[in-house]
Design a protein around this ligand. Structure first.
Ligand SMILES: [Fe+2]
Ligand SMILES: [Fe+2]
Length: 157
């Protein structure tokens, strides 16, 4: 796909938006850990819920708007990222169950490390590539999905 259709006045690049979202999710997880360490399990659950919803939106945004093109262009890399998403969803579900009872903060800390590894993998294989290879309307739809907004653009699958 040509690069020259990208507008020069780019409000927020795809990479910047997804990086910022990763930072926001990591901050939330740190607050979850703080609350667990303080024994404030109810607050931890509220923050966890926010983090869970945000992370699911993040994964869905990539899967709906970015990964289909990567699957065509670089199938091996796309499949590796999708496998990491599957793993992260499984870990999310385990921790959600754990949070309903009692979960040790170090388990949430381990999840922070897994998320960070995934984000750094995507930094190398997805975000920068997508900025030039994915149509701008799809990029904007992906960014909008992070914030929970709905746009007219529909997902390709
Ligand atoms: Fe991802
Ligand atoms: Fe991501």
């Amino acid at each position: 796909m040509p690069e020259d259709h990208l507008p020069s006045a780019n409000p927020l690049s795809l990479g910047a938006a997804f990086r910022e979202d990763d930072r926001r999710l990591e901050d939330l997880l740190r607050h979850v850990i703080d609350q667990l360490e303080a024994g404030h399990n109810d607050q931890a659950r509220v923050l966890w819920r926010e983090c869970e919803e945000g992370l699911i939106r993040h994964l869905q945004a990539e899967e709906a708007f970015l990964l289909p093109d990567l699957l065509t262009a670089k199938p091996r890399e796309a499949r590796a990222l999708l496998e990491e998403h599957r793993h992260l969803r499984q870990r999310l579900a385990e921790l959600t169950t754990g949070l309903h009872r009692a979960v040790r903060p170090d388990r949430v800390q381990a999840f922070v490390a897994e998320l960070r590894a995934h984000a750094s993998h995507e930094e190398k294989t997805l975000y920068l590539w997508a900025e030039t290879a994915v149509e701008r309307s799809q990029q904007e739809a992906a960014i909008a999905r992070l914030g929970g907004q709905s746009t007219g653009a529909s997902a390709r699958s």
